[in-house]
Design a protein around this ligand. Sequence first.
Ligand code: HEM
Length: 167
Amino acid sequence: MRTKNLEDFCTWLEQTPLSESIQQNLWVVPAIQTVHILSIAALFVSVVLINLRLMNLSQTDQSIAYVFTRFGKIVWWSLPLLLLSGGLLIVGEPARSLANDVFQFKMLLLVSVILVTVLLQKRLATDDKYWESTERRQMTARILAIISMSCWVSIICAGRWIAYTYT
Ligand code: HEM
C-alpha cells in the first residue's frame, strides 16, 4: 500500500538530520544490519526451542512453563533491539521499506506472531501446567506452535525480500 501521505512522510523523513547522517556515513547501515541479524539469530533460536517444546519434540523432560520462561526472556529482549535497528534502517531509507508491500506484510506477521506468543505466555502466567493439562490444550499448543514457526520463518523471508521488491 502506497498512499500520497505515506510518500510525503517518507520524503520528510529522509531529509531529517538523523536520516542524512545515516545516508552519509557508509559504515552505519552495515553496522545496524549486523545488530538486526544478530538479534534475529538470538530470537529465532529461542522461538525454535520454545515451539519444539510446545510440539513435544524436544526437552520433554522439562515443563513448557520452564522452557517458556528460560527462552521467552531472550525473545522479549531481542524484539526491542530489532525494533530499534529496524527503525534506524527505515530512517536511513524510508521509502524502501515503509512504502513496500513486503515490509507491510512483514509487520502484519510480526504483530500476529507477537499476539500468539502473548496468548501462549498469558495462559502459563495463571497456570504453569495449562498447555499440558488436557489433550485438547496440547493439540492447541501444537497448532499455535506451527502457526508461530510459520510466521517467524515468513518474517525472515520477507525481511530479506524487501531488498528485491524495492522500486
Ligand atoms: C521489530 C520491528 C522490525 C523492523 C522495524 C524491521 C525493519 C527492517 C528493515 C527496514 C530492514 C531492511 C530491509 C532492506 O532495506 O532491505 C530489515 C531487514 C531484515 N529484517 Fe527486519 N525489522 C523488524 C523485525 C524483524 C524480525 C522480528 C525479523 C525476523 C525474525 C526480521 C528479519 C529481517 C531480515 C532477515 C532482514 C534482511 C537483513 C539483510 O538482508 O541484511 N526483522 N528489517
